[in-house]
Design a protein. Structure first.
Length: 293
């Protein structure tokens, strides 16, 4: 995640630095405070700017890039390539992918969100229902997949729960803020009445395979990723939850050739066979409409 200081944000927005401080005080610009300093996520500033654009009546939005931004997934990467959709992936995490989609920077967002309180909540649908800028969006189910703790062979720390991760001081690899796996970690901590500071934090890893590599290299003892990632890396897997993994796109884009190619492939025997081969996937309802804005 790219973060601007106040002076950098002022230059990026072409405003005086004092004006940026005024907007922070008024709560009208996206920002966060870390160790006493205001920081401004570039992706959030871009989303804020795009959302505030006033267009003349009848003026169409620019065409988004042929990219599925958001969460990384091995089965999705394979399906985009094998379907001939021509779509690329951009692994930036679920929340950032959603922001890029809303800003018109990506054709679709791949997302798996998690609620803090309720482990059974359908967080993807709940988040979309709360937003007012996605009236023309549709969310298509890609799969359900199994998330869990990746551990070395034999599970040397005997990890079964988040409490075990805390109690054994196992070094846990983290994901960037807003990534679905990081949201799941925060939810597990919240339900255990624990905090991120209670963990022995390891490296921050952009994707699940990066977590697997950190464990194999001895830089971390565990981390949250999918069963498929664990199997590909030859690591043991401690299941936590089955989650929906969805694709969000504009209704008009669903009927365009790239998404139609992917939609057809999602219902194919080839996808089902690949999902079974990778492990930890349920594609029985792939292609089902789960939300309409």
């Amino acid at each position: 995640m790219q973060l601007f200081t106040t002076s950098e944000a002022a230059r990026y927005l072409r405003l005086k630095e004092r004006k940026v401080y005024e907007m922070v005080a008024e709560g009208t610009v996206p920002c966060t405070k870390v160790t006493g300093r205001w920081l401004f996520p570039k992706a959030e500033l871009d989303h804020w700017l795009a959302a505030s654009i006033t267009r003349p009546a009848g003026m169409a939005r620019p065409e988004p890039a042929p990219i599925v931004a958001g969460s990384h997934d091995p089965l999705l990467e394979w399906a985009l390539r094998e379907s001939g959709s021509g779509l690329a992936t951009l692994a930036v995490g679920s929340e950032t992918g959603l922001a890029r989609f809303a800003a018109g920077e990506a054709l679709a967002a791949a997302m798996h969100l998690h609620a803090l309180e309720d482990a059974t909540a359908d967080a993807n649908v709940a988040v979309l229902r709360e937003r007012g800028d996605l009236q023309d969006a549709v969310m298509i189910g890609f799969c359900r997949r199994e998330q869990g703790f990746l551990v070395a062979s034999g599970n040397p720390h005997k990890i079964a729960t988040i409490g075990d991760v805390i109690g054994t001081r196992a070094r846990i690899a983290l994901r960037p803020k807003g990534a679905g796996a990081q949201l799941l970690l925060l939810a597990l901590l919240h339900r255990a009445q624990a905090k991120l500071d209670d963990l022995a934090a390891g490296p921050v890893c952009p994707t699940g395979p990066d977590i697997a590599q950190a464990i194999r290299a001895g830089r971390a003892d565990t981390g949250i990723a999918t069963r498929a990632v664990a199997a590909a890396a030859g690591l043991a897997f401690v299941p936590i939850v089955w989650e929906p993994f969805d694709l969000l796109l504009r209704q008009r884009d669903y009927f365009q050739p790239p998404m139609q190619a992917l939609a057809r492939f999602m219902r194919s025997d080839a996808l089902a066979a690949r999902a079974q081969e990778l492990g930890g996937y349920d594609v029985a309802e792939a292609g089902a409409v789960r939300f309409v804005g």
